[in-house]
Ligand binder design. Sequence first.
Ligand SMILES: [Zn+2]
Length: 432
Amino acid sequence: MRLRPYVPLVFVLAAGCGPGRAAPPDPAHLDAVARRYVVLGLSLGRHDPNYVDAYYGPDSLRSVAAADSMSVSDVRAAAESLIAILGDSAPAYTDSLVTLRHRYLRVQLGSMAARARMLGGERLTFDEEAQALYDVVPPHYGEAHFDSLLAQLDTLLPGRGQLAERYQRFRDRLMIPGAKVDTVFKTAIAACRARTLAHFPLPPGERFDLEYVKGTPWNAYNWYKGGYRSLIQVNLDFPIPLDRAVDLACHEGYPGHHVYNALLEQALVRGRGWVEISMYPLFSPQSLIAEGTANFGIDMAFPPAERVAFERDSLFSLAGLDPSLAARNAAVRRIVEGLNYARNEVARRYLDGQLDAAGAREMMRRYWLITPDAAAKTLRFIDTYRSYVINYNLGRDLVAAWVERTGGDVVAARWNAFHALLSAPHLPGDLR
Ligand SMILES: [Zn+2]
């Protein structure tokens, strides 16, 4: 029963893509691969509850996955069979978007097979895992790099005590009082949405619901539900610093995850009937685009100077905080963004067995300047999501460089480039 869908599939693709045929391949042949890809992804999700981040496609494919009841090794073998059918490179379709589709299915299936191998017990190094799951090689940074960033931060935060204490005291002055969190967030979300809408239209009826939660390994999460709707959850385990409002509103909402999912649904699922896009596998190359655009989306909606002005003139007073901190906080944040790569280094050394849990927490406190509680929480995140951490900073930097190369200094051209990235099945290879 498990083999049922791919026997005819081999035939139709071989007939369409075989050597010696002058006519371009029939793009409709990819529909069968796409359906099987979704079933395999849903099947893997039955073994790995974090694998399928979103699925809003047909219930019938979920039923097939349930009926097939595949093991992880079955999924791996089936994914590799589909890869063999697709070949190493996409043929020349008449429609370049279909070429992207072919390649998307091929690369996503490679990552799915790797995730299945990992779930089956195969051990990969951090760098091998990043390459296999996200199709990128993360850079390495030594202590000297982070020490130089800490030295820059030191000059911005003069005073008594260790730098970590001074940084924490500064951040403590930015914490939003609990009763003001919802108002500050909703104000930030409205501003991010308006700034996105100023550059491109959003699908009709799009919206998201906002919920506050505790006890999760992440700080915030966008759960895309289909129909241009999301549920965005914000974790309240720790007080939230003011600049997280714009960060989260852009990253999870506009023009980040919510918009990315809604535009893909509009253009590809509804516009083209491409079922594979209705399933978003978290541990896959698509996540580098998703996290990279979500993080660079903050800079798209709020270029640095405009962000300082908005936070100073609107959010600080809404939260009852001192607006004179806004500019200095922006300078501090720029350096701390560089320190975000320390999390990758901690994750690499910890997952490769070069640091134990205590050593990992200590290195995070030293180079990421976080409190012991936050370091413990970050380690929980790394235990769950592993090399996924690279998608945030490396993804952001790759997307930033690509948008800047493509759009230059012209604001409208940069937004066009960003929109193109959000509404087609792009992968990390496109950013290189
Ligand atoms: Zn994200």
